[in-house]
Ligand binder design. Structure first.
Ligand SMILES: Nc1ncnc2c1ncn2[C@@H]1O[C@H](COP(=O)(O)OP(=O)(O)OP(=O)(O)O)[C@@H](O)[C@H]1O
Length: 874
């Protein structure tokens, strides 16, 4: 009981009542009206709103009635003036009696004429907003229109209809006065012109009509019109948004949105009483704040500046924000609102901040599209970059295929005779002359079994006494038998011809490579991205290096440095070294490495593992972006649907080229094979493509795992049928004639090609053309890979911190996300190192403990705090 009375006493004193003895209460302040409190009371404003709404209805009825009764009531009002209100004897015709007659006479006759009706809208807007405690209409906008409308309409109507005692006051006294003054100053015509000008100006401003002369229609860029309209619309939308934000009831537990501004926060008065509604206003706030006085809380909108892409700074107002600085409320003891986790609060108030749903990442992790931004253009990184021109390349000899009729005739006769020796008759024979070989297509006579011809392949070749005969029995899809016979005079296929071809110039391939010419002279141009990896084999001196150069040069001719990077592995140290000059344009390397072209086996292992990390990181990015492959991902990035702040970036293709694979496998074995197999299996979707070349296509080098993951394979001449089978799963490569004569197995088809020829000086020209231009500050950096074995035995206690500890701590504190994958992506680290860094950050008290799938809590909130902690740690 005693406790209860104590409580009651406390409650009472809080409400301004003081106990003076045990029997009664003395009201100390009950005589004083607390105006401030009254002004902040929601009910007060509701009453004002209701009065305003009634006033608007009253005025509307009075004015409308006046339009019909003005003549009858005019003399009465004239004669009595304001006294009419108290003159009970006088009767008037206005529907709202003497008050209606007097007020409408005042506004319509004396002031603004018909335009006075606009006043009704003002009271209506104010009334509705106050009554509903939210901004239904914009008072500010209405006020602008009413003020302008009263003036312009009254003056215009007075000008048009004139004024006189006996006349209906269309423009009212004010309108007539201004109109007459203008007429005096500008003359009737001048005044008319001014009014027309005003009307036209308003019309143009509001509707922005197009004034295109017929013949200039084409010249007027529609974009311009559109953009102006868009701006207009945007302005409208913005206004509407602002309007909607104007009045926002904030009660206990209610949530604010960014951009909302709270004018008045009322503390609860009594137990059980409702929290007062708050009025939130934008444009009228200054005025209102003055009225409400310094009791009002002002809450400022924190604009979150989000650097949405690397190169374009963007201010985004509508993304979630974390801090709302609140001016302290001098009113005592504001009751805390439900808990939140803000960074700062100065008033002791805690607000639950609701993030704007639009800015939340969509379900697939994709951010809201930031409209009205031009698409991201990766090539702007090096906007002046010029692609190498075709003039850098040479035409090697005559491009014309030499057809020697005598040679053709001899070969034909020999084929017929040889087959006849084996009792094989021919119905028809035709020849297609290619750059290196001629294909004789034969249709055997009825009853001849194709398998018989195939079995006689070696004998026929011997009889024809020529190297490089290949029998295709039957030619897939044709039902004929093909015999390829090398030409006596061969034509070199210049790289220049292929690159100049329509097929190369105008294709939509992601990574177009021009490899060579088919036997029918068709250019063989394919998309490396769809292959998706390529295995090349060939005995020494048969054209492998030229083939690799042809592929690399094709890509250099089509891709911008921002779109593609090479990882070049060259254990022989000479083949690819020419490309070292384009390091800052097209090469990728490990952080801290001097040379971009990798020649050392140990570094090859690191690089391959780093590529695996890059692959994993890219998969994480794709997953977050809800994209299935690099193309979809980059499309989203270009459309600015992905936030670089979250680690997203435009992903260049990465082409890994290993020139002598056999050497690597011999020295590093599984250490090389495993990451290559992993990359080959998984890297296609994320834009990493492999080209592996080897002189020795034996089974211990091209293992089953490697083969299974390299569906596209090229064979130059090899030394044995077994090698041909290892590389192509079929014989034939041993019968090639060298100098770029090759077989390519792609999409289950084996095609004979003459590889495009590009000489080393040409490659040097191309490389010089690129390296002479502005490049990136350094090569594209691959993620760092730390060999677990090298770390064994090393104890990573807090005294032996990772060199990246400080950077990692800063990144985590800046982002306020304790996630290992963030470290991996942003710092290009492997999982193990990132994980170890995270453990060290935990030990240093910067992040909290592991929380399973949820990211760790970040215990340090500001960079200043972090710096202190780092200084402390030493
Ligand atoms: N496509 C081609 N057209 C014409 N000639 C070619 C072509 N490819 C290669 N050759 C000729 O063959 C020679 C050897 O080619 P390349 O250097 O590419 O052989 P390789 O297989 O790389 O040899 P290695 O493995 O020993 O480096 C070239 O110097 C060139 O004269």
């Amino acid at each position: 009981m005693a406790t209860k009375s104590k409580k009651t006493s406390a409650k009472a004193s809080k409400n301004g009542k003081k106990k003076i003895d045990g029997k009664g209460w003395k009201q100390e302040k009950d005589e004083r009206i607390d105006w401030q409190k009254l002004a902040r009371d929601e009910r007060t404003w509701k009453i004002v709103g209701a009065v305003s709404l009634l006033a608007s209805i009253f005025l509307f009825i009075a004015f409308t009635s006046y339009f019909f009764t003005w003549r009858e009531d005019q003399s009465v009002v004239f004669s009595r003036g304001i006294g009419i209100l108290f003159d009970g004897d006088r009767s008037v015709s206005n529907l709202l009696g003497r008050l209606g007659a007097y007020i409408s006479h005042f506004f319509v006759h004396k002031c603004f004429g018909i335009a006075s009706l606009l006043l009704c809208t003002f009271f209506f807007v104010v009334g509705v907003n106050l009554l509903f405690s939210r901004k239904v209409f914009s008072i500010w906008r209405n006020l602008k229109y009413v003020t302008l409308g009263l003036l312009v309409l009254s003056v215009s109507l007075a000008y048009v209809f004139g004024s006189g005692n006996d006349q209906f006051p269309f423009g009212g006294g004010v309108g007539s006065m201004i109109s007459n003054s203008l007429k005096g100053a500008l003359g009737t015509v001048g005044t008319g012109a001014l009014l027309v000008l005003l009307a036209a100006g308003y019309f143009i401003w509001q509707f922005n009509p197009a004034f295109n002369l017929p013949e200039r229609k084409k010249a007027a860029p529609p974009v311009l019109e559109q953009s102006t309209e868009e701006e207009e619309e945007e302005e409208e939308e913005q206004e509407e948004e602002d309007d909607a934000k104007l009045f926002i009831p904030v009660t206990k537990g209610n949530k604010l949105k960014p951009g909302d501004q709270v004018l008045n926060i009322e503390e609860p008065e009594e137990e059980g009483s409702m929290h007062d509604l708050q009025m939130v206003e934008r444009e009228e706030e200054q005025e209102d704040e003055e009225e409400i006085g310094d009791e009002a809380l002002t809450m400022e909108k924190e604009i979150v500046n989000d650097l949405f892409h690397r190169h374009d700074q963007l201010e985004v107002n509508d993304i979630p924000f974390h801090t709302l600085p609140v001016t302290p409320d001098p009113d005592p003891e504001p009751e805390p609102l439900p808990p939140v986790t803000p960074r700062t609060f100065t008033s002791g108030l805690e607000l639950e901040i609701k993030t704007v749903p639009d800015a939340e990442p969509a379900e697939d992790g994709v951010d809201k599209v930031i409209e009205n931004l031009p698409p991201y253009e990766p090539t702007l990184d090096l906007r002046d970059y010029k692609y190498p021109g075709l003039e850098l390349l040479e035409t090697h000899g005559s491009e014309k295929i030499i057809q020697d009729p005598a040679e053709l005739e001899t070969n034909k006769n020999q084929i017929i005779a040889t087959l006849r020796n084996y009792s094989i008759e021919i119905q028809k024979i035709s020849a297609t002359v290619g750059p290196t070989v001629t294909l004789y297509e034969i249709v055997p006579a009825a009853g001849v079994r194709i398998s018989r011809i195939k079995n006689l392949e070696d004998d026929i070749a011997l009889s024809l006494a020529a190297l490089g005969i290949r029998i295709i029995a039957p030619i897939p899809g044709k039902g004929t038998i093909g015999i390829e016979v090398p030409n006596v005079k061969k034509t070199v296929v210049s790289m220049k011809t292929l690159l100049a071809s329509e097929k190369f110039q105008h294709n939509t391939f992601s990574l177009p490579i021009a490899i060579g010419k088919k036997i029918d002279n068709d250019n063989y141009i394919v998309d490396l991205a769809s292959m998706p990896h390529l295995l090349m084999a060939g005995a020494t001196g048969q054209g492998k290096s030229v083939g690799l150069n042809a592929i690399l040069v094709s890509l250099l001719y089509k891709k911008h440095p921002s779109q593609m990077k090479f990882v070049l592995i060259d254990p022989k140290k000479v083949e690819l070294s020419v490309y070292r000059h384009i390091e800052k344009h097209f090469l990728a390397k490990l952080p801290g490495e001097e040379e971009a072209i990798i020649t050392d086996t140990k570094k090859v292992v690191h690089t391959l593992n780093a590529l695996c990390i890059e692959m994993d990181n890219r998969y994480d990015l794709l997953k977050e972006a809800g994209a299935r492959n690099i193309k979809e991902y980059n499309e989203k990035f270009v459309k600015r649907k992905l936030n670089p702040q979250k680690g997203h970036q435009y992903l260049p293709f990465i082409v890994l080229v290993i020139d002598e694979f056999a050497d690597l496998i011999m020295t590093a074995g599984k250490e090389v094979e495993m990451p290559i197999a992993r990359l080959a299996q998984l890297a296609r979707a994320i834009g990493i493509h492999l080209i592996i070349a080897t002189q020795r296509p034996s089974v211990n080098i091209i293992t089953g795992t490697i083969k299974a993951n390299f569906p596209a394979r090229i064979a130059f001449k090899v030394s044995s049928k077994i090698d041909s089978r290892t590389i192509l799963d079929t014989g034939g490569a041993e019968q090639l004639i060298g100098k770029g004569d090759m077989l390519i197995s792609h999409n289950g088809e084996v095609t004979r090609l003459q590889c495009a020829f590009v000489d080393t000086p040409e490659v040097e020209e191309v490389v010089d053309c690129i390296s002479g231009q502005r490049g990136y500050p350094q090569a594209f950096l691959l993620p760092e890979y730390v060999d677990e074995k090298e770390l064994e035995g090393k104890d990573f206690d807090s005294a032996d911190r990772d060199s990246l500890f400080g950077d990692a701590a800063r990144l985590i504190v800046q982002n306020q996300v304790g996630s290992t994958s963030l470290l991996q992506r942003r710092m290009k680290l492997g999982y193990n190192r990132a994980g170890r860094l995270m453990d060290q950050l935990e030990a240093a008290g910067i992040v909290g403990p592991n929380q399973g799938s949820k990211s760790r809590d970040v215990l340090i909130k500001t960079e200043m705090e972090l710096q202190e902690r780092l200084d402390m740690l030493g």
